[in-house]
Design a protein around this ligand. Structure first.
Ligand SMILES: [Mg+2]
Length: 405
């Protein structure tokens, strides 16, 4: 079997404010979601072969930029046997030596291509990707949803979800208290501070201590992961499980989080980490340190979601998978069939390969616009977001506003 072509499919996945993913950053919303000002795009990749088998992948880390990288790398795959996944991964990686090697753009491009190669191998052998990764440890994957209000958390609970995550910095302690009151003690709660660069370790520690009574399953990105010594300071000060990893690419990028045991939960982004080839290695590294895996998936499209389900089906240390329920009404229209969700769990698919494909005509209905800066005036002085780049730190009182004395 030989690779005959690589095609890319770039689309805008909902306008800013139109999706649950970007609503957190809508101007005037008073929220501090990491997605503020972003226009979400998804990038899908197809690899064609002379055997008539086509593989599908997704690399939605920074999609409009990654698409260019995919096209640059594609020439290296033409004429190759798609079943030599590890060799081709190394070929694509070494080809980037002169361009910085690591990072979410280069690794993002490899992510989509690698995912498509696993899909091809599964289809060629007539078996699901999880079977290639070692076989099933479980046949359903526990999901967690996003909730910023007690009502949303209760609606997820009513649908069978057993875990929800709240996000942001402003008013978070009060928000989590209200959600815990509403859902009761048996539901797992998580908090994502989104690691903003203006949140100091001292502030993150104070927030972590204030959140401790609510029995969090984990506190995510308490500080920007760019400075792991600051992360370690938070780690040493809190008796809370910590999670991070969504901004890292490749096993070498995530290695210090694991080797220094800075996290209890590693959260690789399935759309930019480096593909299933890297994710399975990361899972093994994490397993050796008793760290569980909960892939970052909130901004990603449905193909990456399927890839995450296959990974979590096959590794022993799977914690759960992020899923933004009510993400975008058109989400399921761009694929042939959505994942089957039952009682807060995704059923592990049994079709050969990844078991998902895009509807190319449906994808074409949503042309890409841009990745950042869609909402006019959002970065102007005087807006609620100016602390992101003008002020040196967040107003500390805002983190605790609404909290009980
Ligand atoms: Mg996060």
């Amino acid at each position: 079997m030989k690779i005959t072509g690589v095609r890319t499919f770039l689309m805008q996945a909902g306008s800013p404010g139109e999706t649950a993913w970007s609503a957190a950053g809508r101007p005037g919303s008073g929220k501090t979601g990491a997605s503020f000002g972003s226009s979400r795009n998804w990038l899908f990749v197809k690899i064609d072969t002379d055997a008539g088998i086509t593989g599908i992948g997704e690399c939605s880390g920074w999609p409009r930029v990654v698409e260019t990288a995919v096209k640059d790398l594609a020439v290296l795959l033409i004429g190759e046997d798609p079943q030599d996944i590890e060799r081709l991964w190394q070929k694509l990686y070494v080809a980037q030596m002169g361009h910085g090697l690591t990072g979410v753009v280069g690794a993002g491009a490899i992510t989509g291509l690698d995912m498509a190669l696993w899909d091809i191998k599964g289809k060629a052998l007539g078996t699901p990707v999880w079977n290639l990764l070692g076989g099933r440890v479980r046949d359903r994957i526990r999901l967690y949803g996003h909730a910023s209000t007690p009502a949303k958390a209760l609606s997820l609970k009513a649908r069978g979800y057993t875990a929800v995550k709240a996000g942001g910095v402003a008013g978070t302690v009060a928000k989590v208290a209200a959600i815990r009151d509403a859902v009761g003690a048996e539901m797992d709660l998580m908090v994502d501070l989104h690691g903003p660069p203006w949140l100091t370790p001292a502030d993150a520690i104070a927030m972590g201590r204030a959140l401790a009574p609510f029995n969090l399953l984990f506190l995510e990105d308490p500080v920007a992961p760019d400075n792991l010594d600051a992360f370690a300071r938070v780690r040493d000060a809190l008796d809370l499980p910590l999670a991070a990893g969504e901004r890292f690419a490749t096993i070498w990028g995530a290695r210090p989080l694991i080797e220094r045991e800075l996290v209890d939960v590693i959260q690789p982004d399935t759309g930019r980490f480096g593909g299933l080839s890297q994710l399975r290695k990361l899972a093994a590294m994490a397993e050796a340190h008793h760290i569980t895996v909960a892939p970052h998936s909130g901004s990603l499209g449905p193909v990456a979601e399927f890839a995450a389900i296959h990974l979590l089906a096959a590794i022993p240390n799977a914690l759960m998978l992020e899923r933004v329920e009510d993400d975008w009404p058109e989400r399921d229209t761009v694929i042939t069939a959505p994942p089957v969700i039952e009682a807060g769990h995704a059923l592990v698919p049994t079709a050969p390969g990844l078991g998902v494909d895009i509807d190319e005509a449906a994808v074409a209905r949503f042309p890409s616009r841009r990745n950042v800066g869609d909402a006019a005036g959002q970065y102007e002085p005087g807006t609620e977001r100016e602390h992101l780049y003008v002020q040196t730190r967040f107003r500390r009182s805002r983190a605790f506003e609404g909290s009980k004395p």
